[in-house]
Design a protein around this ligand. Structure first.
Ligand code: PHE
Length: 447
């Protein structure tokens, strides 16, 4: 195992995992999901999901990955020989590919917005014009596909280099700058006329709006945003060294990720209400609102360019991490070369990504279970596969794995005094698995 790469620094560990977690999930998906599900109540349930499902499952993934320094499949084989739990790695592979496919379409749109910002095309229009800008992009098959491919190409070039060089360098630098920019935009949004309405929408929950689809949406969003349940953080943890404090790192990742999502909300919703837009606009929400926000800021050209560049990199650090699941599996389980695995991963994502890009134009009438291919990939992976994967991983760590190893991992072999150990183990064993099952029963109407 010693020949496997390890993250060089403590910062690298956190930065790369935060790099995986923070991305379009926070800035694009969170506001639109919250907007579609009525705001406050969704956000309250989302935060409960992060606390009681998210953090325990991150820790469960960390324990499996770091205790074995192996990919999900062989890690579980090592920890529990013959156990069927290893099949969770296939859930991870399927969901990582589905997510990469639709994610790349949205990241492609971000790339185009970056390019348009550079050319000055995203500046000085009215809010209605930005709705047209987005529809022209998403409605055009060739433009959507072109940008999806360009994004996947960039992702390809980075992952081909291997874990250390590619990931660590980018995340260490980009994440803090993005955070800073978001805070500036927040202040700007709070000063908009009617900003109060947006804050009320976010922070005054109306629990009469709670519905099965909202609860399952909030759970799915928590898993998606934390990159959880598909063995992505497990794979990253397999590169951690034995000094990394798992509980602390998991908490920092969850807190930072949630802060970015809430910041994104505080940027978007005051503006939505100030511009008289529709909070339930769906996936196009941020694409229509953000340029309008930058447009009315002094130096709008600069802000919009800087923001889309940073968001582009935040997306890439996320897609790198989802690609790593498939690549580690191919190289370690099937002895494929890294180059070949990277190519295969990109190729599959290009084919499926094409279908996702076409879901907004040529194939927008093609529906399976009432959803376009894009929506279906998103729904099935985030709301079903990730929570199912999280359930399996939590049950594995809570009930199957040797308790001694679990404790050793939580305390770094007794070096750390983790006061929250008992509640964490309790959440991994009982709370997380039970909540996931109850939410599934609730949405299917069985409970
Ligand atoms: N968490 C990432 C985001 O919020 C998306 C992601 C999902 C990354 C699953 C890796 C695995 O953008």
């Amino acid at each position: 195992m010693s020949e496997r790469a390890q993250f060089a620094t403590k910062m690298g560990v956190i930065a790369a995992s935060v790099g995986s977690a923070v991305g379009l999930g926070n800035i694009w998906r969170f506001p639109y999901e919250a907007g579609m599900h009525g705001g406050g109540a969704f956000i309250a349930i989302y935060i409960l999901c992060v606390l009681f499902l998210g953090i325990p499952v991150i820790i469960a993934e960390f324990i499996i990955g770091r205790s074995t320094h192996q990919n999900a499949n062989s890690a579980i084989r090592t920890l529990a020989p013959g156990s069927k739990f290893r099949y969770v790695s296939y859930i991870g592979i399927c969901s990582s590919i589905m997510i990469l496919s639709f994610y790349s379409v949205v990241a492609g749109w971000i790339a185009e917005y970056m390019f348009q910002s550079l050319l000055g095309g995203l500046n000085g229009h009215s809010t209605q014009d930005y709705a047209k800008t987005f529809n022209a992009l998403a409605g055009s098959p060739w433009r959507s596909i072109l940008w999806t491919y360009l994004f996947l190409g960039a992702n390809f070039l980075i992952i081909r280099k291997g874990i250390q060089k590619g990931i660590e360098k980018i995340s260490n630098f980009m994440m803090p700058v993005l955070f800073l920019l978001l805070i500036i935009f927040c202040i700007n949004s709070l000063l908009l006329p009617n900003a109060k309405e947006g804050l009320k929408f976010m922070f005054m929950p109306d629990f009469s709006q709670v519905s099965p689809s909202m609860v399952v949406g909030a759970m799915g969003q928590a898993f998606f945003s934390l990159s959880l349940g598909l063995t992505c953080l497990l794979t990253y943890a397999s590169y951690f060294n034995n000094k990394t404090p798992l509980v602390k790192s998991a908490t920092i990742i969850a807190v930072l990720d949630t802060c970015v999502a809430v910041l994104a909300g505080v940027i978007i919703f005051p503006a939505v209400f100030s511009f008289g837009a529709e909070p339930a606009a769906g996936p196009k929400l941020v694409f229509e609102i953000l340029p309008g926000i930058f447009g009315q800021m002094p130096g709008g050209y600069f802000w919009s360019l800087a923001f889309f560049i940073l968001l582009f990199f935040a997306s890439i650090t996320s897609t790198i991490s989802m690609s790593e699941i498939f690549i580690t599996f191919c190289t370690e389980e099937h002895k494929m070369s890294r180059k070949k695995a990277t190519r295969l991963n990109t190729l599959i994502a290009m084919v499926l990504g094409t279908l996702c890009a076409l879901s907004f134009n040529l194939l927008d009438d093609f529906k399976i279970f009432g959803k376009t291919i894009f929506d279906l990939f998103d729904y099935v992976s985030s709301n079903i596969l990730l929570p199912a994967g999280g359930f399996i991983l939590a049950v594995f760590v809570g009930w199957v794995m040797d308790k001694k190893i679990v404790k050793e991992q939580l305390t770094n072999s007794g070096e750390l005094n983790v006061r929250t150990m008992k509640p964490i183990i309790f959440c991994i064993r009982y709370v997380a698995p039970a909540a996931i099952v109850l939410i599934f029963l609730y949405v299917t109407g069985l409970f």
